[in-house]
Ligand binder design. Structure first.
Ligand SMILES: Nc1ncnc2c1ncn2[C@@H]1O[C@H](COP(=O)(O)OP(=O)(O)OP(=O)(O)O)[C@@H](O)[C@H]1O
Ligand SMILES: [Mg+2]
Length: 394
């Protein structure tokens, strides 16, 4: 048990969502904005503020963590320690819960019950003042807390440095997928003025490619993943722009590939990982296809094998073979083309138009959602059940 060494995954920890890489590619802009807003803290220990916003998996949490760690490291080199406190407000979604978590940074055994929020806040302030060390508090997913109209906590934290007369201030980083303007009181609004907001856009396809590639280099053995597999992860994820999904696909593909004799990640593993995570190819969609389209899709699945894309010409050749096997007259090129476009609309496959080296452009087909072998098997089962009755459809 547990004695079989992994042949693909070198370091599983680096594939976990909590791992924060040393370098966050494509987030240099956000990092330098944070640096700009936190200059008061770095230069004179004064409170600084930033609000990070953007949709799921765009690197908000990771960037905040990396920034705090780098800042703490930088300041400690010049003998100026800071405290960093990170609270996820989804886990601690009441004001008391958040203050308790903050207090436990100083006093691990602080009791869950028996103190009012005010008393807890005073105890927390006493720790900050006696320590004399500036703190950065990160309130992640803060909208969950603010929805419960707990604006007072944010207000108290922003006013905190007034009380200690600029000695050891509290700096705040608020993070939320949604805008929090309008959820804050006016005083906090002015602290988190729009000027302090940093937006995180969804990652573009090529950005996802470099994130997945960098993570593969860090966590997997060299030569144990194909570049096509990484390209496919980026393709699959491009619709979402979510780095978490890219990492999840990479990790699941690696685990799937561990089971292979050849022991390296290819595009089929990525398709299987995607199918396991959230397949848009449902049984009912396939069942709903007529025989012509089923035959066309079966041909595409068979021709795909472990390729990332196949050209429509290659698919059509296999289509002729498949039709013969099932005793059907193949339809003309324009009709085949219509089937492909139709199935693209249903998200059963994807098409891209690419320029050829020899000039001209041709259409390529990919199957981002399902391993081609699994798809072919499903279609064969469906077609075999229907071959006798399907003649009239032609
Ligand atoms: N630029 C990047 N380079 C490398 N890894 C990244 C990058 N951006 C995000 N990640 C990784 O992707 C995952 C999701 O990122 P993160 O948790 O920061 O997203 P988020 O914006 O906080 O999402 P949510 O709103 O769902 O909390 C993490 O594992 C993180 O390490
Ligand atoms: Mg997050």
């Amino acid at each position: 048990m547990f004695d079989k060494a992994s042949t693909i995954i070198r370091d599983m920890d680096k594939l976990s969502f909590d791992y924060v890489p040393e370098r966050l590619v494509h987030r240099e802009g956000q990092m330098s904005r944070l640096e700009m807003y936190f200059r008061p803290l770095a230069e004179s220990g004064r409170s600084s503020y930033a609000f990070l916003t953007g949709s799921v998996g765009t690197g908000k949490t990771a960037t905040a963590k990396r920034f705090c760690e780098n800042t703490a490291r930088y300041l400690s080199r010049s003998g100026r320690p800071i405290d960093v406190m990170f609270v996820n407000c989804r886990n601690r979604n009441t004001e008391t819960g958040v203050i308790l978590e903050l207090l436990r940074h100083f006093d691990k055994g602080f009791p869950e019950r028996g103190f009012s929020p005010d008393e807890m806040m005073r105890a927390f302030a006493a720790h900050i003042e006696s320590g004399g060390v500036p703190a950065i508090i990160v309130l992640d997913e803060v909208d969950v807390l603010l929805k419960k109209s707990n604006v007072d906590l944010v207000y108290q934290l922003t006013r905190f440095s007034d009380g200690v007369r600029g000695k050891a201030g509290i700096s705040l980083i608020l993070i939320s997928q949604h805008s929090i303007y309008g959820m804050l009181d006016e005083a906090s609004m002015s602290t988190f003025g729009r000027g302090n907001a940093i937006t995180f856009d969804k990652y573009a396809r090529d950005e996802l490619y470099s994130i997945a590639k960098a993570r593969a280099e860090e966590s997997l053995f060299g030569g144990k993943y194909s570049d096509d597999a990484i390209e496919l992860i980026a393709d699959v994820d491009s619709e979402f722009g979510d780095a978490r999904l890219a990492i999840e696909l990479l990790r699941d593909s690696a685990v799937i590939a561990e089971g292979h004799p050849q022991g390296s990640i290819d595009t089929e593993d990525v398709r299987e990982a995607k199918a396991n995570i959230n397949s848009v190819v449902t049984e009912s969609k396939l069942t709903g296809l007529d025989t012509n389209r089923k035959l066309a899709l079966l041909a595409i699945a068979r021709a795909m094998k472990s390729n990332l894309y196949i050209s429509i010409t290659v698919a059509e050749k296999t289509y002729a073979v498949v039709c013969e096997e099932y005793g059907h007259e193949p339809r003309k090129h324009t009709q085949f083309w219509t089937y492909v476009q139709d199935m693209d609309r249903q998200n059963l496959l994807e098409t891209v138009v690419r320029s050829e080296k020899e000039g001209g452009r041709s259409t390529y087909i990919s199957l981002p959602d399902i391993p081609s072998k699994v798809l072919a098997k499903k279609l064969e089962v469906l077609l075999e059940g229907r071959t006798a009755a399907s003649a009239e459809e032609f």
